[in-house]
Design a binder for this molecule. Sequence first.
Ligand SMILES: Cc1cc2nc3c(=O)[nH]c(=O)nc-3n(C[C@H](O)[C@H](O)[C@H](O)COP(=O)(O)OP(=O)(O)OC[C@H]3O[C@@H](n4cnc5c(N)ncnc54)[C@H](O)[C@@H]3O)c2cc1C
Length: 427
Amino acid sequence: MPDDDQFDAIVVGAGCSGCACAYALAKQGRNVLLIERGVTPGSKNVSGGRLYTYAMEMLEPGLYKRAPLQRRVVREQIMLLGKTGATTVDYVDDALIGEIPQSYTVLRAPLDEWFAGEAEAQGATVAAGILVDGLIERDGKIVGIRAGEDEMLADVVIAADGVNSRIAQAAGLFPDITAKSVGIGIKEVIEVSDGLIESRFNLSGDEGAARVIVGCTEGISGGGFLYTNKGSISLGIVFNPEQAASHGKSIHEIFQNFKMHRAILPLIEGGTTIEYGAHLVPELGITGVPQKLYRAGLVVVGDAAGFGINTGLVIRGMDLAIVSGLAAANAVTQANDTVEVGPLYMQQLQALQLLPSMDVFSGSHQVMGIPRVFEQYPNLANEVMKSMFAVDGKTPEKMTKTMLKILRRNLSLRQLAADGWKAYRSL
Ligand SMILES: Cc1cc2nc3c(=O)[nH]c(=O)nc-3n(C[C@H](O)[C@H](O)[C@H](O)COP(=O)(O)OP(=O)(O)OC[C@H]3O[C@@H](n4cnc5c(N)ncnc54)[C@H](O)[C@@H]3O)c2cc1C
């Protein structure tokens, strides 16, 4: 750390948002300090994870090629898990892949460490193993941070400290999170050989698969994910914490049952769990983003600001974190004695399409409020499949009659109409 403890900007947190911000600021010639509480950047982070490349491209064209990416996602899969069976949609289309691959699977520990290293190479000072525990305020403006006995000053502090941002709370910007505003994600990284991954998921070379799984939460709002990496598989579930707390079974138990499901076990069989993590995820989309993401001397980026999109099929957080980090850096560079960073940051979030994109999915989280999505519908889909494929030599029932019976067994027509309407309105 330099002797002179005055910086143009101090970024708190070396996740995707903080690293992107420090990278851009250092590249724009600013004297920036990036502080991370973990012993190394990434050591405290958990993600599904799949990273959409466009965000890295916005930061610097071609930057993604230097990143420790895992597999290029070419197969998009949706799995509806029933009690005994599973129905899987497997979408593959070169049109989705494009010249620059749309997304890659990633592991956060190597990704964040690399990203912080790139920021350092641009000239940022990176300080890991330091917990920022307070802000310094003078005349109503944030002018620096405290870390234990140490004080460091800056023209602006960037809160990139993730979901439930203590920095934003210390600045008096947001209240503490509520159980309704977040999901709790748990994830295992399971070591499986590349050969097995490729044969089990129909992949070759650097190709990868991304799978969302519905019906794995024993009725709790939430869903599962599976990503193929190089030599490992990331498998996890995100749960609604309130419902999980009153469910009766621990989330660990539900996760174990999920792993043992006859459609999941063959995918991970013979593998060894090499990493286990749990983390909160912002769940409310744009409705959970506070109106004001700044005050004099401070802006809030990434998960700390509530930036996340979950359509049920697409989970986005890392890309929004990177874009918001870039937006903050651009704002810092544009600010001067008469124009403050905060309002410029809000303009940048519009200009870089972050807030407009989140607006489009403003109703997505409503789908998570339909309780039957997580159990009845996946069961219904699997019962329909069973009725279509079962042949036992007896005279079968008329298909329409069977379908109606299955429908009635799982839900009423009134519930179906109400859910359809709610889903339609949330799109
Ligand atoms: C289970 C799960 C699956 C997910 N899957 C995906 C996915 O597939 N794709 C996707 O795009 N997103 C995914 N996300 C979301 C994604 O992980 C986040 O949106 C993203 O990590 C946000 O980046 P960030 O930099 O804002 O925050 P974080 O990555 O949380 O980084 C914050 C950093 O700040 C540090 N920090 C915190 N407090 C302090 C402090 N006081 N002092 C110093 N350092 C501090 C932390 O140690 C951490 O390194 C997933 C999340 C979870 C939990």
